[in-house]
Design a protein around this ligand. Structure first.
Ligand SMILES: [Zn+2]
Length: 374
């Protein structure tokens, strides 16, 4: 009888797992969001934009929280594939982290707290980019709701970028598929000098970069590694910017014939963003993302989008609307959502099933001991 009770419990647990919602290649961990008990307000970055985008996708678009892929924390062993041991060791100094994040006040914060509050979120996000690239091979597309630390180099971090997530994702991809050609499409307002320095000598990687030439990092050395180089002037507006992206990207895709695209979709090109100093409108950014996704989709090339820079008060809202448009108009993931919703109407939530399962097991055990054990 005892065996039967346990078998019944097992059956209930299996049933609850079957009713979980379908997975989408959207990658998010609640630990992505960076908070320092208010210290983060001293920085011009909205370091919680990731959670805001997630909330929008769940509450406004109706994506089931169970549909998101949740990454683990990237391992130290993997970080060593693209970073030197010396650099990784230097991160145990708060002063190094203060410099990378451009928050000198962090030099006074105990390092163990920075490990937990600053580096852990970035480690989850780095694994998120790796996972997203592999998910894109399966689904044709994937979006990591963070990542895009495109200034991080092998031996040093800068511009709020600690870990080189894109080069590491490419390294992991090449471990499994050594011949795959990758095109990095970097449309953040800043030049992607980190991945340019790390991947520049790899003939399997091409880089398309449109950036404001008048602002940080102005890294001449890294510029030699840009395959399709589009430096633009400050305060460029929608029409001119979108034409450069559209024409340049179509040429880059045709020319490099990539197997995979990694899209660094920084939103700091927004008019009024003091760091990016460009003048692209909200509508322009949403159009840009649609344009990149459409180009990849029409060419049947798996695309992974990472969020990168853009931390103004409007950033989270623009990213959210842009992802909603991509899900609805291009990858048609909303068809799956409709299925999810109707499934949810028919089924009881997994939590309720698990609860019912525990209660039933206890109940059956009592019935057994009362009637049969006597
Ligand atoms: Zn940027």
């Amino acid at each position: 009888m005892k065996t039967k009770v346990y078998l019944f419990s097992l059956l209930m647990v299996l049933m609850s797992s079957i009713t979980l919602a379908a997975q989408l290649p959207l990658v998010y961990h609640r630990y992505y969001n960076i908070s320092f008990w208010g210290f983060d307000r001293l920085h011009p970055f909205d370091s919680k934009k990731y959670g805001k985008v997630y909330d929008y996708l769940v509450n406004k678009v109706g994506i089931n929280p169970e549909s998101f892929h949740v990454p683990k924390k990237v391992s130290g062993e993997d970080l060593l594939k693209v970073h030197s041991q010396e650099y990784l060791t230097s991160l145990s100094s708060s002063s190094t982290l203060g410099k990378i994040t451009e928050m000198p006040i962090l030099e006074w914060v105990p390092n163990f707290l920075l490990q937990r509050k600053l580096l852990d979120p970035m480690r989850y996000a780095t694994q998120g980019t790796i996972d997203a690239v592999f998910l894109s091979l399966e689904h044709g597309w994937a979006i990591n709701l963070s990542g895009g630390y495109h200034h991080a180099k092998a031996d040093n971090g800068e511009g709020f970028c600690v870990y080189a997530d894109i080069p590491l994702a490419i390294y992991k991809l090449h471990e499994k598929y050594p011949s795959y050609k990758v095109l990095i499409v970097d449309l953040d307002a800043h030049q992607g000098n980190g991945h340019e320095m790390i991947c520049g000598t790899d003939s399997r990687v091409s880089i398309f970069d449109v950036y404001n030439k008048d602002i940080y990092p102005r890294d001449w050395n890294a510029q030699h590694s840009i395959t399709y180089n589009y430096p633009v002037q400050s305060y460029i507006e929608d029409a001119e910017y979108l034409k450069i992206v559209q024409d340049g990207l179509s040429k880059a895709i045709q020319d490099s014939q990539p197997d995979v695209i990694i899209y660094n979709a920084g939103t700091d090109i927004l008019a009024g963003d003091n760091l990016g100093r460009m003048s692209v409108s909200e509508k322009g950014i949403i159009l840009r993302d649609e344009l990149v996704f459409t180009a990849a989709y029409e060419a049947h090339i798996p695309i992974t989008m990472v969020l990168s820079g853009g931390y103004t008060n409007q950033s989270a809202s623009i990213i959210s609307q842009s992802i909603e448009k991509i899900l609805t108009n291009i990858v048609h993931a909303t068809d799956n959502l409709k299925k999810d919703r109707s499934q949810n109407k028919r089924s009881i939530s997994p939590k309720a099933i698990a609860f019912g399962c525990i209660l039933s097991s206890i109940g059956l055990y009592f019935v057994y001991t009362y009637f049969f054990k006597k």
